[in-house]
Design a protein around this ligand. Sequence first.
Ligand code: FAD
Length: 341
Amino acid sequence: MGKASAQGGTWDAIVIGAGLIGLAVARELNGGGLRVLLVEQGEAGREASWAGAGMLAAEQIPEPSPLRLLALASARMYAEYCAQLRAETGQDVEYRQIGTLAADGTVWPDHCVDNRRLVAALRTATERRGITLLEHTAVSAVSPAGGGWCVRGGEREWVGRQVVNAAGAWAGQIAGAALPVRPRKGQILAVQGPAGLLPRVRMGEGVYLVPRGDGRIVIGATMEDVGFSKALDPRQLAALHARAVALAPAIAGLPVVEQWAGLRPGTPDDLPLLGAIAPGLWAAAGHFRDGILLAPVTAKILAALLLGVPPDFDLKAFAPLRFGTAPADGAPRAGANHGPA
Ligand SMILES: Cc1cc2nc3c(=O)[nH]c(=O)nc-3n(C[C@H](O)[C@H](O)[C@H](O)COP(=O)(O)OP(=O)(O)OC[C@H]3O[C@@H](n4cnc5c(N)ncnc54)[C@H](O)[C@@H]3O)c2cc1C
């Protein structure tokens, strides 16, 4: 390829959006020998991937969802994925095999990770590998350019032989690469307890609790269809907290240390968008409630697609163009909802 610089130029691959999905995909593409530019409108990893709870809830995705196979495969990859990241960066992402206790007493072999630590480690990994990360640069449009794709951000342009839309809840906003994704807001909070107070993830009706190693307990989350607002509603957060205390009375009285909100990237059937939008233009978006869980498998799949290797999975159910001309805004359709996050 020709000369490439953050000011412009030509790249083997350009990834739009540096959330967990974009970071993981960029790292994997770099591992496959591609020179990668990662363009992020804000700060890397500060949107849904930072806001999430970090449950890896593959076992809770019911049959016959096509997502289950992908989710179980990603869950199986997690331990090794985190070990590799640790070897590469020296950072521990607190992947813990502690299982999930459901309200009826069932224990699921679903685990958890500290997604904020995971984002930070992936960021370090991309930097160490020499992947160029451009922050505070919003991509507005993608258009064909010779054999590749021109990516426009503000006054600047870059050409990618291949381009990946990994823009999370904003993946529908990029002209020429727009995907049927819409934001699904989640409000969430954390209390601080002593380490080990909750030995497992807890799952109840309309609430879940995810313990961190330092005793912090993340309590999630609302599911709202309110556009791109991340405003907090004290009443909804109080109701969430009350449900959490009813499920796990041991947390009553613990101080609330943080409240926040994030935007899940939703699709009309709640399934991700993985595959070609056009030759050389790819989707890695719409991971809805499971993007933290699905990051390792998504990275593997996108790397296979961009490197021209058949992926290990049947991706028909995740085809980005499966809705044809139907809702371009990711509006949910009935009946496809799954999972707790
Ligand atoms: C409250 C809550 C709880 C959750 N809990 C879990 C959980 O327990 N387990 C789980 O697996 N998943 C969970 N999720 C879902 C998970 O967080 C998401 O599916 C996942 O983070 C999506 O990753 P992403 O990289 O696609 O999106 P994001 O992390 O949102 O990243 C997209 C990035 O693209 C950037 N971007 C957007 N537009 C542009 C543009 N035009 N140009 C350049 N950059 C752009 C954004 O700034 C952002 O950084 C939860 C989500 C929420 C909100």
